[in-house]
Design a protein around this ligand. Structure first.
Ligand code: HXC
Length: 513
């Protein structure tokens, strides 16, 4: 047999062994209601586009008995999603619990380096027991390889983390440093210390799902950006997210063909009750303005007084954030500030224009909020908006009072285009509060205090609770009929798209974390 033929035979034999391992893995994972690493990659990428690298890489010979499976516990490579290149790695739980050895770290590092060089997003599919216990400190070095690239690539190429199994220790921290964390309900868990350790140390009894399941992280901690009921839906969410993101910080998100204007876009103003005490769902406003009524909400169940998400206007991807009057009147609290600030920074890092829908009564008052640091957390939102250099458009749909006026897309904090609907109330405070402060003496001296109060309220509303004082000073560029909103936003977006804003040279700003 010639050398070449022998070599080919060996290769085919190795491939057959790999196929056998894959079949065993499939049986194990399917039994747990999960897919294998390769099946997940195949679902994510365009058909037949996956190119695997390092399939033979494994741990060097070490202590006798130390397992060194071929390919180790991760599958790595690259392919395309919707025709666009993406680097990918998927941990293989059937190999030593998907644990991270130095080899696993180096394999992941290699594809992350390719992603950085080629300017393509990296998607990590996580299913891992954390650092390989047998590997000792060397395994921790494997995590070091991944962690430092999570940081180095932050803001360079989008990083998505799909959580599809138990993820403890380092397996939780690496995703936490990426741009988006997507979890699967009843199947993925994230925690720094698991239920057993917690019981031993603090005596608290909690199961894995309650401690760190998808619902916990999507509703309580804010760690998860999206939660789904199945792996397939999680992958679909990842594909949708990628469609709104550019491949790297030097490019723009790809334009889609201009979508249809929502049927109700000329009637969008009717969604907002004129009575400022009555609530409405800001998502209805957003959906009635964006292309095809398509709005991908991020963290929809956490910090629900604030809405964040992606959509398109005339085919151009935009990041939208806004108050949600339907939840506690849309008041801004600690979590809402963090949610919007992080979202704004993600959009800014990846050149995605921002659209702010403001209807905000103020910051949430209370001892708990003050002691919790609403000052420094609330400052994040002011900071992130002011610092963002992408096109920034704001619509004031109803009210914006006081400090909260400032943080919801204000012109004074470098908003590019500020539009208000005719019923918008832009002022230092609402009528009741203002009259009780400004009219105190007049009310005290009045023969009929109730009639006086009504008169003062009416005057305050007429003179100060309209968008016109702001428009007179240029803080609002135009007061528009709500029916014009979609057209005006699209025109502003096209005009501002080439926006270029110099930033002062420095190491980096110091956002209050
Ligand atoms: C080596 C591991 C492993 C690990 C799991 N396995 N985790 N092997 N290192 N970290 C192996 C198991 O021994 C088992 O092998 C197989 O994977 C499946 O694990 P099970 O326990 O049977 O599965 P399950 O019941 O689903 O539980 C999954 C789990 C649990 C919750 C992840 O395995 C677990 O608690 N593992 C340890 C988690 C942990 O504390 N990791 C270290 C984190 S510290 P067999 O041969 O029996 O099939 C860390 C620091 C990073 O990550 C810091 C970086 C700087």
């Amino acid at each position: 047999m010639s050398g070449t033929a022998e070599g080919t035979e060996q290769l085919l034999a190795r491939r057959a062994q790999a196929q056998e391992r894959e079949e065993l893995a499939r049986a194990k994972q399917h039994e747990r209601g999960r897919q294998t690493a390769r099946e997940r990659i195949d679902r994510l990428l365009d058909d037949g586009s996956f190119t695997e690298v390092d399939r033979y890489r494994r741990e060097p010979l070490g202590a006798p008995g130390t397992p060194r499976p071929e390919g180790d516990a991760v599958v790595t490579g690259h392919g395309t999603v919707d025709g666009r290149p993406v680097a990918v790695y998927a941990q293989d739980f059937t190999v030593l619990g998907g644990s991270v050895s130095l080899t696993v770290g180096q394999k992941v590092a290699k594809v992350m380096d390719v992603a950085a060089k080629a300017g393509m997003p990296i998607v990590g599919i996580n299913d891992s027991g954390g650092a390989r216990i047998q590997g000792g400190l060397v395994a921790l070095t494997g995590y070091g390889e991944i962690f430092r690239r999570n940081v180095a690539l932050s803001g360079v190429v989008p990083q998505l983390s799909l959580m599809m199994g138990p993820c403890a220790g380092g397996a939780a921290y690496s995703p936490a440093m990426t741009d988006f964390v997507l979890m699967v309900r009843q199947s993925s868990y994230m925690f720094v210390t698991g239920p057993e350790v917690i019981r031993a140390v603090t005596g608290e009894r909690v199961d894995a799902e309650t401690l760190g399941g998808a619902d916990t992280h999507a509703t309580r901690s804010g760690v998860a950006h999206l939660a789904t009921d199945s792996e397939d839906e999680c992958i679909e969410d990842a594909q949708a997210l990628l469609s709104f993101l550019p491949s790297n910080y030097r490019s723009l998100a790809p334009d889609a063909p201009p979508g249809a204007a929502p049927e109700g876009h000329r009637d969008v103003g009717r969604i907002v009750p004129t009575d400022p005490q009555r609530s409405y769902d800001m998502r209805n406003v957003i959906r009635n303005i964006v292309d095809d009524e398509d709005f991908l909400e991020i963290q929809p169940e956490w910090a629900m007084t604030m809405i964040c998400g992606f959509a398109r206007l005339d085919g151009v991807a935009v990041g939208i954030y806004g108050n949600q009057p339907q939840v506690r009147a849309g008041v801004i609290d600690i979590d809402a500030s963090e949610k919007a600030a992080r979202f704004i920074r993600t959009c800014n890092a990846y050149n995605i224009p921002l659209v702010c829908f403001a209807d905000v009564p103020g910051y949430l008052p209370g001892v708990e909020q003050e002691w919790g640091g609403i000052i420094r957390h609330g400052a994040k939102l002011i900071f992130a908006w002011t610092e963002a250099t992408v096109p920034k458009l704001t619509i004031n749909t109803r009210k914006a009072y006081g400090g909260a006026y400032g943080v919801m897309g204000a012109k004074q904090l470098l908003g590019d285009v500020n539009l208000a609907w005719p019923q918008a109330e832009l002022a230092v405070m609402g009528a009741e509060g203002a009259v009780s402060v400004l009219g105190r003496r007049e009310l005290k001296e009045a023969a009929d205090p109730e009639a006086k109060r009504a008169e003062l309220l009416e005057r305050y509303r007429r003179e100060l609770l309209t968008p016109y004082p702001a428009a007179e000073r240029g803080y609002v560029d135009d007061v528009i009929d709500p029916a014009e909103t979609r057209d005006k936003l699209i025109a502003a977006l096209h005009a501002l798209r080439p926006k270029f804003q110099d930033v002062i040279e420095r190491k980096h700003s110091n956002i209050p974390l």
